[in-house]
Design a protein. Structure first.
Length: 293
């Protein structure tokens, strides 16, 4: 036998052996009893569950619209939504607009369609990015293989000289013999990161990657600047500040009297001319321990 749950209207299937027995509905979990006549009944109806499974009410709001012929405002029942209706004033046919519930359903459908297109666009974009990354990795792998093949070709037969080309300041120079290219490297015109290639090769190779062909001289680093850093003789800190001190010589009575006795008024004037003169002395002050030196 087939029937519906009185609580949630879910389909129930049972036979005569369930007559007079109770069980729980799998959907609403309410206790259902099958009476002797085979009709399901709720043993203890739950109001909250019944309200949750209550079917949505039909759209009962009237529809207001404007006649497209006579511009009169018409009002009709919601059951006539999306149907044709005669205008009572001009007696012409109008298309009734959708009801409020239909508009909401239409908006939900549009949102669902937009979500679907957005998800599809995201999947396509992710697939495009993955394909671009795969192609980029493939190109880098091929480029690396070509570079290694060019290195192997350049290292082959180190005793036999080859014709070379080089890149200098973004310009290609060549052809030149191997001895001439080595002279350029020795003179500093080409560095270890500059690129060269053979006459047959297509890939550019850094000079430092083929030491079997070219010797790159070691560049000496200048550490003179590091040796000139001032250090505190007490704590060894390099946080040293340079301070200039000026010692001014003032006019003294003893100096003026001596000058007057020896040279007269002229000596007194010489003592006055010596006022304000001084000597500048440069000191270094350690910011860590405060020592002056």
């Amino acid at each position: 036998m087939q029937a519906k749950c009185p609580g949630c209207q879910a389909p129930l299937t049972y036979d005569s052996k369930f007559f007079g027995k109770r069980f729980k509905c799998a959907k609403c979990l309410q206790v259902v009893e099958i009476n002797k006549q085979g009709i399901p009944q709720l043993v203890a109806p739950n109001a909250a569950i019944a309200q949750a499974f209550k079917p949505a009410p039909a759209d009962s709001h009237p529809i207001k619209y404007e006649c497209k012929h006579c511009k009169a405002v018409l009002e009709t029942d919601a059951s006539l939504a999306m149907k044709e209706e005669l205008c009572p004033l001009c007696n012409k046919v109008n298309q009734v607009p959708p009801s409020r519930g239909q508009k909401l359903e239409q908006k939900e459908r549009e949102k669902a369609i937009q979500r679907k297109f957005k998800e599809q666009h995201q999947r396509e974009e992710a697939a495009r990015r993955a394909e671009a990354e795969r192609l980029q990795g493939q190109r880098e792998t091929e480029k690396q293989q070509q570079y290694l093949a060019a290195i192997g070709e350049a290292k082959a037969n180190p005793g036999s000289p080859k014709v070379w080309y080089c890149q200098q300041n973004g310009q290609e120079r060549g052809p030149m013999q191997e001895a001439m290219l080595q002279k350029w490297i020795d003179d500093g015109h080409l560095g270890p990161d500059d690129c060269v290639r053979t006459e047959e090769g297509k890939a550019w190779i850094r000079v430092r990657d083929i030491p079997e062909r070219f010797h790159v001289p070691v560049q000496k680093t200048n550490n003179s600047g590091a040796n000139n850093v001032a250090r505190c003789p007490k704590c060894g800190s390099t946080n040293v500040q340079v301070v200039s001190q000026t010692k001014t010589k003032g006019f003294g009575c003893g100096k003026g009297c001596c000058g007057a006795i020896l040279l007269g008024p002229f000596g007194w004037l010489c003592g006055l001319c010596g006022m304000g003169k001084g000597k500048s002395k440069i000191l270094r002050v350690c910011a860590a321990c405060g020592k002056k030196f």
